[in-house]
Write a protein that binds this ligand. Structure first.
Ligand SMILES: N[C@@H](CCC(=O)N[C@@H](CS)C(=O)NCC(=O)O)C(=O)O
Length: 247
């Protein structure tokens, strides 16, 4: 059976899983759904309330890290995402980014985009069923308060998230300061993949698993921050990872 990957297509955690599967050359069928509808779909597939969920012959994987570990076990030793020599360091960095940069980037991105979310429909809705696309257009205004309340999005939280993102970017730049090409040394690992994917809300990279809006389609204040963070050494690193490693 071809594994099924349930996603919110634009979600950065879903991109993390999709990138790993693509990298390993594992065929999968992506089933794309919109926010809120994903809860029902994830639950029906045997998952929790978040996506990505990967449904395979032998297991239902309900978290992006579990999906990367599953993919890792199917890769030749020389290409693994958690190379033995640095595996514990890679897992530590991944967990740190999953629990910090991931939620912070998403919160900040929603704060910036919710006021004009309908304008982003062509990108946010790519590949979801038609009825979901129509519901999104109809519900645009309603989504704003629902998502704000659900994720605790407000001005203060967004400012704090952006400050924390800056700290993560500085820490990533610090790890690379000795000239190493990747976070744990000479090899691309799950730590690098996780950083590049989870920084997407603030770098809006070319090469993402689906087309993202150009900067001039984003609210001006958001585009300015994206340009600032793209120019940060960690943003330059994320852009390079997409250019060189997202095949
Ligand atoms: N730790 C989870 C986080 C996944 C996650 O937060 N997914 C988001 C999409 S970006 C989601 O499904 N959010 C909806 C919800 O929390 O109900 C993972 O790594 O897979």
């Amino acid at each position: 059976m071809t594994p099924r990957l349930l996603t919110i297509p634009i979600s950065h955690y879903c991109e993390k899983a999709r990138w790993a599967l693509d990298r390993a050359g594992i065929a999968f069928a992506e089933e794309r759904h919109l926010q809120v509808i994903h809860i029902w779909k994830a639950w029906r597939a045997g998952g929790g309330r978040t996506v990505p969920v990967l449904v395979t012959d032998g297991a239902i994987l309900t978290d992006s890290t579990a999906i990367l570990e599953w993919v890792n076990g199917r890769m030749p030793p020389g290409e693994r995402l958690y190379p033995d020599a640095v595996a514990s360091e890679v897992r530590r960095i991944e967990e740190w980014l999953d629990t910090g940069l991931g939620p912070d980037g998403r919160l900040w991105m929603y704060h910036e985009t919710l006021p004009t979310i309908e304008d982003l429909g062509p990108w946010a809705n790519a590949g979801v069923p038609d009825w979901e696309r129509r519901a999104f257009q109809a519900a645009g205004r309603v989504l704003d308060p629902v998502i704000r309340r659900y994720l605790g999005v407000d001005e203060n939280a967004a400012a704090t998230a952006l400050r924390d993102i800056d700290r993560v970017f500085d820490a990533i730049a610090g790890m690379l300061a000795d000239g190493r090409p990747y976070l744990t040394g000479e090899r691309f690992t799950a730590a690098d993949l996780t950083f590049a994917a989870l920084s997407a809300p603030v770098t809006v990279p070319a090469g993402y698993g689906l087309e993202l809006p150009p900067l001039d389609a984003l609210p001006r204040a958001m585009a300015d921050e994206v340009e600032r963070l793209r120019a940060h050494p960690a943003g330059v690193f994320a852009t390079r990872l997409y250019a060189e490693q997202r095949r």
